[in-house]
Design a binder for this molecule. Structure first.
Ligand SMILES: Nc1nc2c(ncn2[C@@H]2O[C@H](COP(=O)(O)OP(=O)(O)OP(=O)(O)O)[C@@H](O)[C@H]2O)c(=O)[nH]1
Ligand SMILES: [Mg+2]
Length: 590
């Protein structure tokens, strides 16, 4: 029954209590048995539970007072805002949650803007009112002025203590409109997420817009032109529970039986008609801006890594991967991500879910390099740098950064941003106590731990959100690391000219400490434009060639040492250092 369906999601800044609120809704509606309940129930991935953050959106259907309530819990971290935007396209309303101890923060604004752009009904609620640190009245005022609604319209809740939960759900039923859409005629549904299942094939997460889908229905994918049959349809309860059909306005899943990731795409429309169906507006695929190379530690596992990346992409279309190879590391992938945490999560998932050990490069941005001979070159890793050619211009991505912080931290935050190459674009008031600081800054500085630094200069009180604006000229050069006179290109990095010396020094020093001892002396050099700018020496290790000799045969001992000396000399000439993958691992770890 379309009239009794309500589709909504919970959005907020990271950690404001979305998943905990979802727990209370699941309890109130008896969707989960009491004895099975656990904190942040919808954070089903082990990685989410360990890190205490939501990474994937999670839909769940609840039956309550004659209504079918489809809730989608969303992540709050800035790297996962593509998840949020996909969830928002599947619903009519959003509960905007704001932590009473923190107030409005950067992703509160960003996610609210996304929801408003979708034209959703927004229901504001201030959470954690039980906390001794709660500044409930102040935060309610902040939220009411942000949304331009009366203070009475802002709900006061505690997701932890279960205060105000039934009233909030009642408001969802009353305020969020029932889904529109045509009951009769050909069926259309938006694929807002998907995952791979060894038995069911690719499972598409659907928002049915028009008509209905039954098991065994013939289906068509409008963008990819693939065809198939619905193997199974059902609801998220929250585990996949088969049903006879998915009705107009429903959120549920459809198992496609299809195994080829190219055929089932998030954002595509599934239709039941033979011809003529019009595609639903899909999603603007986000452009990855942070690049990290993944290499299998065991070079024989290249194909396994490729399969793992393909499977994960079904569950997260926002990262990209392209084959690359480096002499020292073999074949691997240059992968594009929406942020550093995003890259760490995918790397972790590969290691856990597919049992593959990886060598992971440092995150980098994508540069545009114009050299004398070539037109314009896209440089994702230092290996792509046009060696031996004159570089005329380098451009790098810049971001627009928004920081929300209590007034008192203004000086220390300004200093931090100045040191990171940021340019102030303005300051606005957010309520009485806080400021919204605008900056433009190289993305390179944002991904180099800016968030952690911001937290530390603001005692954890400041929050930030960023988005890419354009490419700008920068004074950047390639920094090479040489061992025994040989360029180890896998270790090259692109750095601002004025930081080259400090970074080069830091790398060779670290390399000296982690490189296993060699039989000959090894020069470790940082080189830019053919010039050595920093140097360390790894002393030769004297292997105990005489150890196996007992007694006092001095002449033999001498002879052996002599031979070793000679051997070393030869090694020094043709000496080649093979860097084990463990060293790359240690070196890339920040
Ligand atoms: N005191 C108090 N703590 C709460 C309340 N609601 C949630 N928390 C705590 O806040 C922390 C974050 O809660 P989550 O539910 O994981 O927050 P979230 O918004 O889902 O976080 P992300 O999904 O990572 O953005 C947890 O430690 C919760 O126990 C509340 O009403 N009162
Ligand atoms: Mg959560």
């Amino acid at each position: 029954m379309q009239e009794t369906v309500r589709n909504f999601c919970i959005i907020s800044h990271v950690d404001h209590g979305k998943s905990t609120l979802a727990d209370r809704f699941l309890e109130l509606t008896n969707t989960i048995e009491k004895r099975k309940m656990k904190e942040q129930f919808l954070d089903v991935m082990p990685l989410e539970r360990e890190k205490g953050i939501t990474i994937k959106m999670q839909p769940v259907r609840m039956e309550y007072q004659g209504y079918s309530l489809n809730l989608i819990d969303t992540p709050g971290h800035v790297d996962f805002s593509y998840e949020v935007s996909r969830a928002l396209a599947a619903v009519e309303g959003a509960v905007l949650l704001v932590d009473a101890t923190k107030g409005v923060q950067a992703q509160t604004l960003a996610n609210l803007a996304l929801a408003q752009r979708q034209g959703l009904t927004i229901i504001p609620a201030v959470n954690k009112i039980d906390s001794p640190l709660a500044k409930t009245e102040e935060v309610v005022l902040e939220v009411s002025s942000l949304l331009k609604v009366p203070v009475q319209d802002v709900f006061h809740i505690s997701a932890k203590e279960g205060i105000g939960i039934a009233e909030l759900l009642q408001a969802v039923i009353e305020k969020v409109p029932a889904p529109k859409g045509l009951k009769e005629g050909s069926a259309r549904a938006l694929i807002f997420d998907s995952k791979y299942d060894a038995f069911k094939g690719i499972v598409a997460f659907l928002r049915v817009v028009d008509g209905s889908f039954q098991a065994n229905d013939r289906i068509r994918f409008l963008a990819t032109k693939a065809v198939g049959a619905a193997k199974e349809v059902g609801y998220f309860m929250p585990e996949e529970t088969p049903k006879d059909s998915l009705q107009t306005g429903d959120i549920g899943y459809l198992a496609t039986g299809i195994k080829d990731a190219q055929e089932v795409r998030i954002g595509d429309t599934i239709s039941s008609s033979k011809a003529g169906a019009v595609s639903l507006p899909g999603y603007q695929e986000p452009k990855p801006m942070v690049f990290v190379s993944f290499y299998p530690q065991d070079i024989n596992e290249f194909d396994a890594l490729k399969a793992a990346l393909s499977h994960l992409k079904l569950n997260d279309p926002s990262f990209t991967f392209d084959i690359e190879s480096k002499e020292a590391l073999g074949r691997g992938f240059s992968c594009g991500f929406l942020g550093v945490l995003h890259s760490e999560i995918i790397a972790e998932r590969i290691q856990r879910e597919f049992a593959l050990d990886l060598v992971i490069s440092r995150p980098s941005v994508q540069f545009e390099v114009t050299s004398e001979r070539k037109e314009k070159l896209v440089v994702k890793t230092a290996t792509d740098w046009p060696d031996g050619e004159k570089v005329l211009e380098v451009k790098e991505p810049w971001a627009k950064l928004e920081i929300i912080a209590p007034r008192g931290f203004f000086p220390s935050i300004s200093q931090l941003l100045l040191n990171s190459g940021g340019v102030s674009t303005g300051v606005e008031d957010v309520g009485e106590e806080k400021l919204l600081l605008g900056y433009e800054i190289p993305l390179r500085s944002v991904i180099a731990d800016l968030h952690d630094k911001l937290k530390s200069v603001s005692e954890g009180m400041a929050s930030m959100d960023y988005e890419i604006i354009d490419m700008r000229r920068g004074d950047l050069i390639k920094l090479e690391i040489w061992t025994a006179g040989e360029n180890q290109d896998a270790l090259s990095v692109i750095v601002p000219r004025k930081e080259a010396h400090a970074q080069g020094k830091a790398i060779v020093e670290k390399l000296k400490n982690i490189l296993p001892p060699q039989l000959f002396e090894v020069a470790l050099q940082a080189v830019t434009g053919g010039q050595v700018i920093a140097r360390e020496t790894l002393k030769a290790q004297r292997r105990d060639v005489t150890g196996a000799l007992y007694g006092g045969d001095v002449t033999r001992k001498k002879k052996l040492l002599e031979r070793q000396k000679q051997g070393k000399k030869e090694l020094k000439i043709k000496g080649k250092v093979t860097i084990p993958s463990k060293v790359f691992l240690d070196l890339f770890r920040t």
